[in-house]
Design a protein around this ligand. Structure first.
Ligand code: XMP
Length: 510
């Protein structure tokens, strides 16, 4: 385990952001639910107590015993975390008379506090709490205030324990990053060595240690960033004992199968391409319900993948491109349950195959995966590729799927994506694609009336796909793409642009 900051999660919407900000300082950190607080070890150099939607005044609110950390390593309580520290030691936490949400300015700052070093009076901070610390316990000193809140930050005398009522992790807290730097580097004394290069070196060593010398490892490749980066890391660790399997489910983008396979081979990866398009089409024949289509695609994938994996002698491991947001255990504040998100694309695969699972990207956020991929020389076409759903074009053809419809959609989609690249718009968009609608509309071509298909273009801006806005693409560009699709793809005579945001719409249409 690398030296790290432990973040105890009390269920705040901002907990992941704290982790990202600390990682941006090139310091490793992990989020653990307060219900499963790890024992203090050599590697844990500091603890952050997160915020929470709860109030310390509620009997059922999170109230773990923190004595194993306090006074032994530096501790920083953020918002609820700060109120909890005060509450546990006899301070008074009350509902704020003015509920403090949004911007505030620090009016008094103890500049000699190691936590606040370099932070000016007047610095903007972001508040988001209904409670406030009215009276501090004995031995606690207020080290910053705002016009509304006397105790915006405190320090416990004689130990490196601090609390702050604002959120340093959000960008609206102007000096939030400096404050976290002061805590993590200045107070906890962590060196900032958590770099992509460091990650690659230590992960390669760890993989070599974990995977037996004769063991073969199987990895399903999708052409996406995560599985590709996982492949490069494993390749560096165990060379050709990594067996990549890239399945063509017949629902990939135009020429994607050949293109991606080619890139993988250029990278020296040991990859087997399997064209199973016909099997997928057969499994999908006549299905119109989106969930049934997803299930048929998932089931067929497992069958094909399992069959191919059987060919690899000595296979002991299944590698997966699972990343950190997939595995963070999120605290449920409405009950004791701790839910773990599963990797939805390949759920069920490890159980069926009776292999041990290795997940080299389990501790990384998406942007960190990209940085590692860049360090490992992954080509930009893969590094900056838009996300693409596991069921592929299967959920972009509304209604039943036939090879003819796939061909039509692939051609329209290729024109749209090439257009985005030609116009320099591809990297400004988070995800884009074309939907083939289950309707026909009337048109005229030459002297003839036509009765052909309609496609919808979809392009969104987003940070993580959870919320999204439709991309405000230039009209000239949309006009050009529409013309090209109608002129070049026989069978499509109408193009529309989707201007719905998520929520309430979703990115995909099925
Ligand atoms: P929605 O449509 O829910 O999509 O707004 C959010 C993101 O998830 C992708 N998506 C999927 N990915 N299997 C996947 O692997 C699926 O069944 C699936 N459905 C949606 C979608 O492309 C977008 O990136």
């Amino acid at each position: 385990m690398p030296q790290q900051i432990l973040i105890l999660d009390f269920g705040s919407q901002y907990t992941q952001l704290i982790a990202r900000r600390i990682r941006e300082l090139n310091v490793y950190c992990e989020i653990h639910p307060f219900t499963h607080a790890p024992d203090l070890s050599e590697d844990i150099r500091g603890v952050v107590l997160s915020g929470s939607p709860c109030s310390v005044r509620d009997a059922a609110s999170p109230n773990p015993d923190l004595s194993q950390y306090l006074g032994r390593v530096p501790v920083l309580g953020v918002c609820y975390g700060a109120q909890l520290l005060a509450h546990q030691q006899g301070g008074e936490v009350l509902p704020a008379t003015i509920r403090e949400y949004g911007r505030a300015r620090l009016s008094h700052v103890h500049h000699d506090s190691p936590l606040l070093r370099g932070i000016p009076t007047g610095s903007q901070v972001w508040m988001s709490h209904g409670d406030t610390i009215k009276t501090l316990p004995e031995g606690f000193d207020s080290i910053a205030s705002t016009p509304e809140v006397d105790v915006a930050a405190f320090h416990i005398e004689g130990q490196p324990t601090y609390g702050i009522q604002f959120h340093p992790e959000v960008t609206h807290s102007a000096d939030g990053k400096l404050l976290l730097h002061n805590f993590v580097v200045g107070i906890c004394g962590l060196d900032q060595s958590w770099t992509p290069e460091h990650f690659v070196d230590s992960m390669v060593t760890a993989l070599q240690r974990t995977i037996g010398e004769q063991d073969q490892v199987i990895l399903g490749l999708s052409g996406g960033v995560d599985s590709s980066v996982a492949a490069l890391l494993l390749h560096r660790a165990i060379g050709p004992r990594l067996h990549g399997i890239f399945v063509n489910n017949g629902l990939l983008r135009k020429d994607e199968y050949e293109g991606v396979l080619h890139s993988y081979r250029d990278l020296g990866l040991n990859v087997r391409g399997v064209d199973a398009s016909q099997e997928f089409y057969a499994a999908l024949a006549g299905l119109t319900d989106p969930e049934q289509k997803r299930k048929a695609i998932g089931r067929t994938f497992i069958e094909v993948f399992d069959r191919e994996a059987q060919q690899v002698e000595g296979a002991r491991w299944l590698a997966q491109g699972t990343i950190y947001p997939d595995v963070i255990e999120s605290v449920s504040v409405n009950g004791p349950a701790v839910t773990i998100k599963s990797h939805h694309n390949v759920g069920g695969l490890p159980d069926k195959m009776n292999l041990k699972v290795v997940e080299p990207l389990r501790s990384l956020f998406k942007d960190e995966v990209r940085e590692v991929g860049h360090t490992l020389g992954l080509p930009v076409e893969i590094l900056h590729r838009h996300p693409f759903p596991g069921p592929g074009l299967g959920i972009r053809i509304l209604g039943d799927i036939t090879p003819e419809k796939v061909d039509l959609l692939q051609r329209a989609d290729a024109i749209f994506i090439k257009g985005l690249k030609d116009y320099g718009l591809y990297d400004q968009v988070w995800q884009a694609g074309v939907m083939l609608l289950p309707i026909q509309s009337v048109g005229v071509m030459g002297d003839e009336r036509t009765y052909e298909r309609v496609v919808a273009l979809r392009a969104v801006t987003s940070v993580d796909g959870m919320t999204a806005d439709w991309a405000h693409l230039p009209y000239d560009f949309l006009a050009d793409v529409s013309n090209r699709i109608i002129n070049q793809v026989r069978g499509i005579n109408r193009v529309v642009y989707d201007i719905s945001s998520k929520p309430p719409a979703t990115i995909e249409w099925e």
